[in-house]
Design a protein around this ligand. Sequence first.
Ligand SMILES: [Zn+2]
Length: 145
Amino acid sequence: MRYLDNIAVASFAIASLPVVADVPVEKLIEQLNEQSGEQPTRFIICARCHTPITHFEHRIEVQHSHHHRFTNPNGLVFNIGCFAQALGCMIVGDPTQTFSWFPGYNWQYAFCEGCGEHLGWYYQTSGSNFFYGLIAEKLIATSQK
Ligand SMILES: [Zn+2]
């Protein structure tokens, strides 16, 4: 029942917002569940529009850590969490290695599928390895019952 409780939390978050453009929440949750092969316990949602982005079970370590702190060429500091999957993101732009924080990985932008907020980056090797590096401040964890 915990899974259903969390759907309720995520759905309530969506329903409580004044305007959200046609977000396929149920579809996303279904996909997240299938991907993990287990019942997600805590969703991670967009801080701005509350679209489900990923969940705790998708947290991974890249270069020996889940959390990374990076400074971009403009001096902006980002706290990044690494996730194996983030179906609430849309991937935008051409893959590039320019200023890549993860050697060997090309990056593209990852935006919220619900509101278009920049949530982080999608990283992929020339092979099939990929992950998402998402900005901690742009995300909210749903509460666990
Ligand atoms: Zn959003």
